[in-house]
Design a protein around this ligand. Structure first.
Ligand SMILES: [Fe+2]
Ligand SMILES: [Fe+2]
Length: 395
């Protein structure tokens, strides 16, 4: 269209880049840049307003931050603060306490029980904790750099710490001692046909921790008493608590694995998209790690003397379980239906539908029991952040 009114000099500049014959989009961009360069040379009074505007807009888009982007980042900042809080509790008792992740002094038998899933569990717990802390700090700092309000949840740090030796005695945002751990991620990521975005549902891998309230960290030293009749003197109760943690790690991180791509679809600024994709990828790497470890949970069945509930970790590789939906070494996502059942199966993150993403994440964390004991004001604050994030629209 504009080419028809180009002076000869500009036209030759354009064709010199060989873009006349093949109009792929990248070559189209080259032509547009060449055209604008040519304008500088000839200074011709052309009707180029639309082109200049689109170039200027393209530059602006990377610098602006919309109300929707702020809302998405604020919800993510809150989610990361909550993640940091829970991972900090795990690290104090079962991770590595050092200058990178300070606080706590470890619970020897709980740590040993976690190591039955993988000898490197304390290192992985430490690294996951540090990652969440950097996510939280980075997103808040980015919000401030754009003149937006950061998120602070300090007023809600009211929940008690574990009374077991090794935990700091400080106020917490999350409760790891009364969890109902949703373990459907385990069968969802092993299914070759089901996708929650297409309405499918999945069975829990460990039904006994999916209902009732279960500790994932020792509540008191009673939960970590040695049992000389067991290997390493780890009691079945201590091992059950560590196994519960092993599954909960993946439950948390699969949530982040879905949350980021869900929200990315409604981000406007390319820079915010870059942040969401880059942090989201780390959540996937966390989930992948924990997905590998959970299946190593030692088999056991034990009655929790505090709750009276029986907790059972079965052999996931044998009937009536086993098969593709439960096989413990299927740690990568099995290919499954994506977007439409007519399309071929694809190995993907699932779910990723964007509608109601933030509220869905908040509801899932709440259903896990993570906020048992939290105040009405806390839920009101978090719901407001979620509603605002879910109102964000890509512009
Ligand atoms: Fe994170
Ligand atoms: Fe995470």
């Amino acid at each position: 269209m504009a080419r028809e009114i180009l002076p000869a000099t500009v036209s030759s500049l354009t064709t010199a880049h060989g873009t006349e014959q093949n109009d792929s989009s990248s070559q189209g961009n080259v032509r547009r840049r060449s055209f604008l360069k040519g304008l500088g040379v000839v200074g011709a009074a052309l009707s180029t307003g639309s082109l200049l505007t689109s170039e200027a807009e393209a530059q602006d888009r990377s610098g602006i931050i919309t109300v929707g982007d702020v809302a998405i980042l604020r919800f993510l900042a809150a989610a990361e603060i909550l993640e940091t809080d829970l991972w900090q509790q795990y690290n104090e008792l079962g991770g590595i306490q050092d200058s990178e992740v300070p606080g706590g002094s470890g619970s020897k038998l709980y740590t040993l029980a976690l190591e039955q899933l993988d000898g490197d569990m304390p290192q992985y717990i430490h690294d996951n904790t540090e990652d969440e802390l950097t996510h939280e700090v980075f997103i808040n700092a980015y919000l401030v750099s754009k003149g937006a309000e950061p998120v602070n949840l300090d007023q809600f740090r009211t929940l008690p710490s574990s009374q077991a030796t090794g935990a700091q005695q400080i106020g917490r945002l999350t409760n790891l001692m009364q969890l109902s751990v949703d373990t459907t991620w385990y069968t969802r990521y092993r299914s070759r046909t089901g996708n929650p975005d297409l309405g499918d549902t999945f069975p829990n891998a460990i039904p006994s921790i999916a209902t009732g309230q279960h500790p994932a960290i020792p509540r008191t030293d009673d939960d970590v008493q040695p049992d000389p009749s067991k290997p390493h003197h780890i009691s079945d109760l201590t091992q059950a608590i560590a196994n519960t943690a092993g599954f909960h790690f993946a439950t948390i991180e699969q949530g982040g694995t879905s949350l980021y791509p869900k929200l990315a679809q409604r981000v406007t600024s390319l820079e915010v998209l870059r942040i969401v994709l880059s942090i989201g990828g780390t959540e996937i790497s966390h989930f992948q790690t924990w997905s590998d470890k959970a299946g190593n949970s030692p088999q056991l069945s034990v009655v929790d003397p505090v709750t009276g509930l029986t907790v059972t970790f079965p052999d996931l590789n044998s009937p009536p379980l086993g098969g593709e939906d439960f096989q413990t070494n299927l740690i990568m996502p099995e290919p499954t239906a994506f977007l439409h059942r007519k399309l071929p199966a694809c190995s993907i993150i699932r779910p990723t539908a964007t509608k109601g993403a933030a509220m869905g994440a908040l509801q899932a964390l709440t259903a896990d029991g993570l906020f048992i004991g939290q105040s009405k004001d806390f839920f009101k604050f978090m719901r407001t952040l979620a509603i605002e994030a879910d109102l964000a629209v890509r512009q």
